[in-house]
Design a binder for this molecule. Sequence first.
Ligand SMILES: [Ca+2]
Ligand SMILES: [Ca+2]
Length: 206
Amino acid sequence: MSVPAVLAQTFEFRYHGEPVPDGGTVTIFAEMNEFDELACETNPPLDPGNGLILSLLAGANATGNATIVIEENTLSPDRILWCMGGSCMQLGSKTSVTKDFTFKEGIVLTQFDAINIRSEGVLLATLSATVGTETHSVIIKFVNGDVAVAGDVNGDGECTGSDVTALYNYILYNDSSAIVTGDQNGDGEITGSDVTAVYNIILGVE
Ligand SMILES: [Ca+2]
Ligand SMILES: [Ca+2]
């Protein structure tokens, strides 16, 4: 058996210094910014390099392009700001924008902000970056208020296998210790149908 060649990864997304797995989610809850506006910001104003960045792992003077796509926005923010390496723009009514970037000293700041948020809700955006033939993406999730996440049985803010386990433990052993929202299909009881509903969310089946 031959082993497929693995090309070395040349850059990655990082958040608070930790690599973000490809397609991973960075969740940020709304808080007041320095101008007393309710905001979600990926890069803290006092230490922007410690927020969401692209980090070069190999090569030098790399350039590339990045695309942000707003998948969902129920936050009603006054403005949505996106910067790649210091080149900033407001998205206005645009839901998809592509920009070029250049790594400086091995990093690109990827600042993304929703400012003066006026509704409870979520903003979901996919940010993908391409250098050469290599593309990585991260999902940015802004949250204001107590927003129920579909399939989140145990209330940890995401839908994962732990939510299926929580349902099984309840259905099989009457253990409700991990149940926060067990009735996922809204029929008023917690049954195998809720397991199916959560599975479908995990598998991406509509
Ligand atoms: Ca969960
Ligand atoms: Ca149910």
